[in-house]
Every structure is written in C-alpha cells, then in structure tokens.
Design a protein around this ligand. Structure first.
Ligand code: ZN
Length: 199
C-alpha cells in the first residue's frame, strides 16, 4: 500500500481514510505488454478496449484508483485475445457477462492479494474503508469477497468478515461500463484517440 491519497474518499460520515495506492500498477502492466492506453473525454462509456489494436481508451477524468482498476480490466480483456470464450462472446454465441465475470476474477486477484485483504480487514470494519485501504473500488472488493476460495477463508478469521456488515449481493456502484468492440471498432478508436494505430 502506498502513501498518496485521493480526496474522493472523504464522504461525510465515513472514517476519513484517503484511498491508498494499489500495489498493482495497471498502466505499467499495459506498457509491459505493449498495450497502448489513451484517455479521451467520453460520456457513454468508461473504457473501450480493442484486442486487434492492443489499445485501450478510458474516460479522461477518472480518479486514480478507478483509473487503475479500469485499465487493469481492459488489460485482462486484451489478454484474452486467444481465448475461445472471448471469440464466442464477440460472435454473440456466448453471454458477454460470462466473460466480464472472468475479467473481474482476474482483476480482483491481481489488485487484492489475500494477505493485503486480511491486513485491511484487521484495520477497518466497514466496506468503504477497507476498499480505501486496499486502493480499490467497493465493487472490486465486494467481488473479491463473494468469490473467496475455500482455502482463502482459512487465512481470514470469520469475525473480521462478519463485522463488515456486508453480504454478497448488496449493491455497490459498478464502475466499468466497458464498451465491447464491433466491426467498426477500429474507426471508434481512431476517432477517440487519433494516433499510432495498427491497420
Ligand atoms: Zn469488460
């Protein structure tokens, strides 16, 4: 966990813990894989990814931890370039929601290692604060919690989970309106972020 906070965690009535920097640097992960990340002022989606172009366009005004998570989400999509599930979903032969679930699973594990989760649960006893300590959205934390593996539960004393007062299915804002590519995706990408593109 890092030291730089963001002010958007300062919701009245909550413990005023600034959002920490998450240990997974998604921008760096993208760079290492040759995936280009562009920001654009868009209103109808948060992120757009293109497997063909190995490029991501994200909304320009996301706060740091949301930006990190959204990039991590899109990177996970692009890593599925060779997956039959993604191909089937792109062809309409498979529910896209299934692919989204796979992506959430990958991102939740990368951004929330079990040891970090336990540490944060020791310190704080409500979902927003635990999320802030981990440097993730409440959505991602909720996803991680409701998909903990049996062997992971052994690492976390139950009372730390019980005292959160949170249960699977309780709503938290969904922060990734990710736009799936279509046949005209390349054009969208060029319009949104003109620059160095394949094809
Ligand atoms: Zn997605």
């Amino acid at each position: 966990m890092g030291d730089e906070g963001e002010s958007d965690a300062s919701v009245p009535g909550r413990r005023n813990i600034p959002v920490q920097r998450n240990g997974f640097n998604a921008q760096e992960a993208a760079f290492d894989q040759g995936i280009r990340v562009e920001s654009a002022v868009v209103f109808d989606f948060v992120s757009y990814w293109s497997v063909v172009d190995r490029a991501i366009v994200i909304q320009a005004d996301l706060s740091g931890h949301v930006r990190n998570e959204v990039i991590a989400h899109a990177v996970a999509h692009i890593e599925m370039a060779d997956s039959l599930e993604l191909a089937a979903a792109l062809d309409g032969d498979r529910w896209r929601g299934r692919v989204e679930m796979q992506v959430h699973e990958v991102v939740a594990h990368r951004l929330i290692p079990i040891a970090d989760l336990r540490d944060a649960l020791e310190v704080a006893n409500d979902l927003p604060t635990v999320a802030a300590l981990l440097g993730v959205t409440e959505f991602l934390l909720g996803w991680r919690l409701q998909n903990l593996a049996n062997e992971e539960f052994a690492a976390i004393p139950p009372h730390l989970l019980d005292r959160l007062g949170w249960l699977p299915g309780m709503p938290s804002e969904y922060p990734y309106r990710c736009l799936w590519p279509t046949s005209s995706s390349g054009d969208v990408l060029r319009q949104l972020a003109p620059g160095r593109h394949h094809r």
